[in-house]
Design a protein around this ligand. Structure first.
Ligand code: ATP
Ligand code: MG
Length: 473
C-alpha cells in the first residue's frame, strides 16, 4: 500500500502531551481558536521531537485574556509586548512552560530589523502567512486533531525542502535573518534548500547586514549543532552569507596544504567540524582551528607545490578572538574557543619525557585535555586519509592520566607555598615580582615534582628570586 499523501496525514493520538492539549482545550472552550504551531508541529511530523522539547501555541485570545484564563500565578508576561504569555503547566518533575502567542502579523519592518510593533489578527491563516518557511507554517489543533497547512508545508516535509512562505525575496527583504535561518534549517533538518529560496539569498545580503550580531550568532550556533554542519556552512559560502559573517574563512577556499592533507583548508575545516562531537565550544573551535593558515602560508623550499603554516595556531587564536568578539559571544565562550584553537597543535612522540608531558598538561590545562584531544581527533579525521585518530591520541592519553596521578603541581596554586610565603621570606611588597618568583618555582616543580615541599621551595627561593630579577629588563 502506498503511504498516505500529505493531505491524509493524521498525527498519532499521543503526539502532543496531555497537558498541552488541555491548555488548548481550555482556550477553545473560552471561545478562542487555538493551535500548536511552528517547530513543534514540524518536528513531531518528522518524528524528531525529543522529550522536553518546546511546544508553542498560537491563539485568537488576546494576551490579557490568556492571563485571565490561566491566572496571574501561572503565567509570566515576559514577551507580552509581542503577544506572548508564558503559561506554567504541571508541578515538580512534569513542569513545563508553554509560550502562548496571540495570532499576529508583524507591523511594518524597518530596515530589515524586527518590527517594534505587532498587530494582533483573528485567524490562524493570517498568523501562518507571516512565518518564514512552509515547514514552520503548519498548525495543529490537538483537540479536533486537524492540521492546517495553507502553504504546502506537509508536501515540503515529504520532499525534504526548506522553502520560503510566499515570495522569498520579499520575505528576506522584511527580515534579513531569514537568509541565515534558511541555511540553518537546511543543515539541522537535513533538507535541501528550495532553488528559488536559495537564489533569493544573494540579493538579500544588504538587508542581512542590518541584522544584529546576536541574532546571527544564535542561528550560527544552531547550525553548528546540526548532525552535519558542513552542509549549512558550504551553503553559507555559496550564497555569500559566509563573506558577511566570517570572511576570514573564505581565505582558506582552494588553499592547497601539503602531503598530510587530502583537502584544501576550507574542505578540511568542514570535515573537522562534522567529525567533532556536537558541543558548541568544540564545533566553534573546529570551525576556527585553521583560520590562521591562509595568513601564515609559505611555499616549502623542498616542495614548492606544498605549503607550510608556521604558528598558524597563534595567528588563528588571535583571529578567533576577533571573530568571536564581533559575533558577541560571552567572554567565557570566547576564551575557551580561543584557548582550544591556540592549543590544537602539538607533536607527541613516544620519547616525550615526563617533564614534557607535565608541560603539555600545564599549557593545555588538565580541565581542557579532553577537549583538546577531541579537537585533535576530529582534525585527524579531517586530513581525509582514513587514519584512526586513536593511534596517535591513545598513547598520549595514557601518559597524561599517569602524569595526573603523579603530578605534584601543574599550576601555581598547586604549589605548597604561596605569595604570602614568598613576600615574607624575601621581604617583598605585593606586586608582579611575587608572581614571577612563583612561576619560576612551578617550572622547577614541573621538572622535579619531589621539590613541592615547604622546605625545598623555601630553600630554592633566593636562587629563583635572583633569576626572576635578572629576567626583568
Ligand atoms: P527550533 O527547533 O530551532 O527552535 P523553531 O522552528 O521552533 O526551531 P524558532 O526560532 O523557535 O524556530 O521560531 C519558532 C517559529 O516562529 C518558527 O517555526 C517560525 O514559524 C516562526 N519564526 C521564527 N523566527 C521567524 C522569523 N525571523 N521570521 C518569520 N517567522 C519566524
Ligand atoms: Mg523553537
Amino acid at each position: 500500500m502506498a503511504p498516505p499523501g500529505p493531505a491524509a496525514r493524521q498525527l498519532p493520538e499521543d503526539a502532543i502531551p496531555g497537558d498541552v492539549v488541555a491548555l488548548c482545550r481550555k482556550l477553545q472552550e473560552a471561545g478562542h481558536a487555538t493551535f500548536v504551531v511552528g517547530g513543534a508541529v514540524r518536528d513531531v511530523l518528522l518524528g524528531r521531537h525529543g522529550p522536553g522539547a518546546d511546544f508553542d501555541v498560537a491563539t485568537a485570545a488576546l494576551p490579557d485574556e490568556v492571563r485571565r484564563i490561566f491566572g496571574r500565578r501561572r503565567t509570566l508576561p515576559i514577551g507580552i509586548k509581542h503577544g506572548t504569555v508564558t503559561v506554567l503547566l504541571g508541578e515538580g518533575e512534569s513542569r513545563r512552560q508553554v509560550e502562548v502567542t496571540t495570532f499576529r502579523g508583524e507591523g511594518a519592518y524597518v530596515d530589515g530589523r524586527r518590527p517594534e510593533s505587532v498587530e494582533f489578527l483573528h485567524s490562524i491563516e493570517e498568523d501562518l502567512a507571516r512565518r518564514d518557511f512552509t515547514v514552520n507554517a503548519i498548525a495543529y489543533d490537538p483537540v479536533a486533531r486537524a492540521l492546517v497547512d495553507p502553504h504546502g508545508g506537509l508536501g515540503d516535509l515529504d520532499a525534504r525542502l526548506v522553502r520560503a512562505v510566499g515570495d522569498p525575496a520579499a520575505r528576506f527583504g522584511e527580515d534579513g535573518l531569514r537568509c541565515m535561518r534558511a541555511v540553518r534549517f537546511a543543515a539541522t533538518l537535513e533538507m535541501a534548500l528550495d532553488p528559488a529560496t536559495r537564489a533569493a539569498i544573494p540579493g538579500a545580503l544588504e538587508t542581512f547586514r542590518k541584522v544584529s550580531a546576536e541574532r546571527v550568532r544564535d542561528e550560527l550556533c544552531k547550525l553548528l549543532l546540526a548532525k552535519r554542519p558542513a552542509v549549512g556552512l558550504d551553503l553559507m559560502r555559496e550564497t555569500g552569507l559566509l563573506a558577511e559573517v566570517i570572511p576570514e574563512l573564505l581565505e582558506g577556499v582552494g588553499l592547497v596544504q601539503n602531503r598530510f592533507h587530502h583537502h584544501d583548508v576550507w574542505r578540511h575545516t568542514l570535515a573537522t567540524v562534522d567529525a567533532v562531537e556536537p558541543r558548541l565550544a568544540l564545533r566553534l573551535a573546529a570551525l576556527l582551528h585553521d583560520v590562521g593558515k591562509p595568513r601564515t602560508a609559505e611555499a616549502r623550499e623542498e616542495a614548492p607545490s606544498e605549503n607550510r603554516f608556521f604558528h598558524h595556531e597563534s595567528v588563528g587564536a588571535r583571529l578567533a578572538d576577533e571573530i568571536m568578539r564581533r559575533l558577541r559571544f560571552s567572554n567565557a565562550e570566547r576564551e575557551l574557543v580561543v584557548h582550544l584553537v591556540a592549543q590544537h597543535m602539538y607533536y607527541y612522540t613516544g620519547d616525550w619525557t615526563p617533564q614534557a608531558v607535565r608541560r603539555f598538561l600545564r599549557r593545555v590545562g588538565p580541565e581542557h585535555v579532553d577537549e583538546v584531544f577531541a579537537l585533535r581527533a576530529a582534525d585527524i579525521v579531517g586530513f581525509g586519509h582514513g587514519d584512526d585518530p586513536e593511534d596517535e591520541i591513545a598513547p598520549l592519553r595514557l601518559r597524561v592520566a599517569e602524569a595526573l596521578r603523579e603530578a605534584a603541581a601543574l599550576k601555581v596554586s598547586d604549589l605548597v607555598i604561596g605569595g604570602a610565603d614568598v613576600m615574607q621570606a624575601l621581604g617583598l611588597p605585593p606586586g608582579p615580582p611575587v608572581g614571577k618568583v612563583l612561576a619560576r618555582l612551578l617550572e622547577r616543580v614541573l621538572d622535579d615534582p619531589t621539590l613541592n615541599t615547604r622546605e625545598a621551595l623555601l630553600a630554592l627561593l633566593p636562587e629563583v628570586a635572583r633569576e626572576a630579577d635578572a629576567e626583568t629588563p
